[in-house]
Ligand binder design. Structure first.
Ligand code: TYM
Length: 334
């Protein structure tokens, strides 16, 4: 029996990944790399769909890859590479553009949110077709499963629709992938605005826990997290979003279940809960921060790892792309 393949990726759109990226995606990636043939990508072509700093992109791309490794992705076991190093991603995206309807692309809620932020007329066509490039990422690798956070569900659903339609129209070519979302960590919320997801473009810098934050910064952010005027420590996402988010963070960082934590903190006040969250998150992130900086101190070695990953990825991607060309009827180059 062949090992099932997974594909996933993150945008290198900030100097550091944040706790939402870790909880929603990386925890699953690390677990699944021992049961799957895992392919992990730093999706730099996605990161240029919004205004970005060309001076910073190469550095944030390396930093993102270093954080994957520091969190536990093993480049010996898994394939780790940079999206723009494998041209097949852009090429397949073009072909998939031609089987995606304008209507279905228009329904993507992430596009609506992001384009509203920039003023709809200024949003790029690249931002509009972003999910189609994401579909290409996944479909090139015959991935059976895509581990992500809740906010990516709609994009994976679109990938499924595109692949099914392509297969119907041109014959069986793509594996139709399943989404995998971890219930408990599907969505981590902003500490200052616990009704919005923690996001690299979040409005309040105090609300985002970066993986590379110094311990004192993490402690300060957790201690100033918005809660409510009540004193009850219980999980109730609707009425107590701030406290519920802290319970989720505590659970992920300590390994204890949310009900066990509710019991432990019954009647003890928000201050104690925040201290526990701060300590546990610092303990969890400290080795990640240290290892990331060690890896970044040797960029040549990091680039070598990424080049080896790109070669492995390219071999798979080019085979799929050749099948797609044939299915669509493009003339083979002599
Ligand atoms: P990106 O870079 O926004 O996020 C990377 C991963 O982190 C998850 N995530 C969260 N999970 C829980 N709580 C949060 N607050 C939170 N914020 C982010 C995301 O769900 C994601 O899993 N479009 C993708 C990148 C991509 C991709 C792909 C993913 C491109 N091609 C192919 C999977 C497969 C994105 O913007 O992720």
């Amino acid at each position: 029996m062949t090992t099932p393949r997974l594909f996933s990726g993150m945008q290198p759109s900030a100097d550091s990944l944040h706790f939402g990226n870790y909880a929603g995606a990386l925890i699953q990636w690390i677990e699944m790399q021992s049961t799957h043939d895992a392919v992990f990508c730093v999706v730099d072509l996605h990161a240029i769909t919004v205004p970005q700093d060309p001076q910073a992109l190469a550095a944030t791309t390396r930093k993102t890859a270093a954080q994957y490794i520091a969190c536990g992705i093993d480049p010996q076991k898994s394939t780790l590479f940079v999206q723009s190093h494998v041209p097949a991603h852009s090429e397949l995206a073009w072909i998939l553009n031609t089987v995606t309807s304008f209507g279905e692309a228009s329904r993507m809620t992430q596009f609506k949110d992001k384009s509203q932020k920039q003023g709809s007329d200024n949003a790029t066509v690249g931002l509009f077709t972003y999910p189609i490039l994401q579909a290409a990422d996944i479909l090139l690798y015959d991935a059976t499963v895509v581990p992500v956070g809740e906010d990516q569900r709609q994009h994976i659903e679109l990938t499924r629709n595109i692949s099914e339609r392509f297969n119907q129209r041109f014959g069986d070519t793509f594996v139709v992938p399943e989404v995998k979302i971890m219930d408990a960590a599907a969505k981590i919320y902003d500490l200052q605005n616990p009704e919005s997801k923690m996001s690299k473009s979040g409005e309040s810098p105090q609300g985002i826990l970066w993986l590379l934050d110094e311990p004192a910064v993490i402690t300060k952010k957790v201690k100033s997290a918005v809660t409510d005027t009540d004193t009850d420590i219980r999980f109730d996402a609707e009425n107590k979003p701030g406290v519920s988010n802290l319970l989720t963070l505590a659970s992920l960082a300590t390994g204890k279940s949310v009900p066990a934590l509710e019991k432990e903190f019954q009647g003890s006040g928000y201050g104690n809960l925040k201290s526990t969250v701060a300590e546990a998150v610092v303990e969890l992130l400290e080795p990640i921060r240290t290892t990331t900086h060690e890896l970044l101190a040797d960029p040549a070695e990091l680039d070598r790892i990424l080049a080896a990953g790109a070669s492995k990825a390219e071999a798979i991607a080019d085979t799929t792309l050749a099948k797609v060309h044939e299915a669509v009827g493009l003339l083979p180059r002599a």
